[in-house]
Design a protein around this ligand. Structure first.
Ligand code: SF4
Length: 427
């Protein structure tokens, strides 16, 4: 369940019902001011609400004062093992300090940091990692790793409360996705503090994004988690931010920029979707409106599947259609589809209105109706899915589905499309 308490990191609310906060971590040597500030500006532009920097040495904490002053977003200092650096980071104006109470040198050192943080009004993130649990929990860890993680976290929470410091969020992280899910679910029932979610050392851009989407997405869908970081093995921290946003957008927890939907393609494909979708996705990054843009590989199904999209394209033969919210806008030659789509999106970005030219729309509608009619018998994935849905609660529809998918003779259609090369159709 969502955390009851709320903290503020440099003015960004976390927990207590605030929108889920996106954060990332720079991959530069923090003391390299130029490289660090360049990366911070990039991640801020990509949509990071907060950024964390590693502070392992004195020269990093010295750079921190400038970073805090120049950063467009609040800065969290990441400290391990050395409580003196934590004290200095607070003095340097860090908006938050992240530390693991288990590796900072004992409760007295934690107390010293908590006292300084309280005086400065600096919140903390207290983190527990599966790889560094306190010694007395090692036996429990072998027996029940989830309970061991949660116990470590609640012991640290109890320590902070004894120190009368309650301005913190908590993270428990593991490389193991099921354990991360189970531990955070359990922890959210036991404490009221905001939770930071992440999968430790998730992996490459591809595998790490998937693991994070599964782990964090499951928790966020349950309402667990107040801030997230996607840990990817890439030097480009902005990639982590983009993945975080895609997870939040997919769950409709936050909006940022356009959402692209695209059909999976099949043998009816009428244009080079790979290139077109990649191109559209890249160009959409420049837009701020949270519009939905659909790309359908063919017009065989009409545009029903994407009727909710603000803008979309589909094609057939050498032509294509720009549509909007279920209605044709205009027909264009297929090689102009993408540019024509962006011309409409540009108009919308300026006027916040969808312009419809009645004559162009009528031509598009006529073209679409013809394509639909010509392909009325095609069993597309979308039509099969719709029939399956019908069949689930309608016996008559079930019988129609069975007869529709029964084997029938096929012939090679001579009028195959140039993209498909050939097409089989029912006789
Ligand atoms: S039938 Fe559906 S999946 Fe296949 S290309 Fe057309 S829109 Fe895409």
């Amino acid at each position: 369940m969502a955390s009851k308490r709320q903290i503020h990191v440099g003015g960004v609310p976390i927990g207590g019902g605030a929108p889920v906060v996106v954060q990332t971590m720079t991959k530069t040597e923090t003391a390299n001011l130029q490289a660090t500030m360049t990366q911070i500006r990039k991640v801020a532009e990509a949509g990071a609400d907060l950024v964390r920097v590693a502070v392992p040495r004195d020269e990093d904490v010295e750079a921190l004062r400038t970073i805090v002053r120049e950063s467009p977003i609040p800065v969290i200092a990441d400290i391990h093992f050395n409580h003196t650096l934590a004290l200095k980071a607070i003095d340097a104006g860090a908006h938050c300090v992240r530390l693991n109470p288990g590796n900072i040198g004992g409760p007295e050192k934690v107390a010293e940091v908590a006292e300084r943080a309280a005086a400065a009004g600096t919140p903390m993130r207290i983190g527990v990692n599966s790889g560094s649990l306190p010694r007395h929990l090692h036996a429990l860890e072998r027996e029940n790793p989830v309970e061991a993680l949660v116990t470590a976290a609640t012991e640290f929470v109890a320590l902070m409360e004894r120190l009368r410091f309650e301005d913190f969020k908590v993270s428990i992280k593991s490389t193991n996705v099921p354990n991360t899910i189970a531990a955070n679910r359990l922890l959210s029932e036991r404490i009221e503090y905001p939770l930071h979610l992440g999968i430790t050392e998730a992996g490459t851009r591809w595998s790490g994004s998937l693991k994070s989407a599964v782990g964090l997405g499951t928790l966020l869908a349950d309402g667990v988690g107040d801030t997230i970081r996607i840990s990817l093995s890439t030097f480009h921290a902005e990639e982590e931010v983009k993945v975080a946003w895609e997870i939040l957008k997919a769950l409709q927890l936050r909006e940022r920029g356009p959402v692209l939907i695209a059909c999976p393609t099949c043998g009816r494909l009428q244009f080079d979707m790979d290139t077109v979708v990649t191109d559209i996705e890249r160009r959409l990054e420049a837009y701020e409106d949270p519009i939905e843009v659909a790309v359908l590989g063919c017009a065989v199904n009409g545009i029903g599947e994407a009727s909710h999209a603000d803008f979309g394209i589909t094609g057939a033969r050498n032509e294509g259609l720009i549509f909007s919210r279920g209605k044709p806008l205009r027909k264009v030659p297929q090689d102009q589809l993408v540019d024509a789509l962006f011309a409409e999106i540009d108009k919308y970005a300026t006027s916040k209105r969808i312009d419809v030219d009645a004559r162009e729309a009528a031509v598009g509608a006529e073209w679409l109706a013809r394509i639909e009619e010509e392909n009325a018998g095609e069993l597309t994935p979308e039509r099969l899915a719709a029939m399956e849905a019908d069949a689930a609660d309608d016996e008559a529809a079930d019988a129609r589905l069975v007869s529709a998918i029964a084997p029938e003779p096929v012939r090679l259609d001579e009028a195959a499309s140039p993209v498909q090369g050939r097409r089989f159709s029912r006789t």
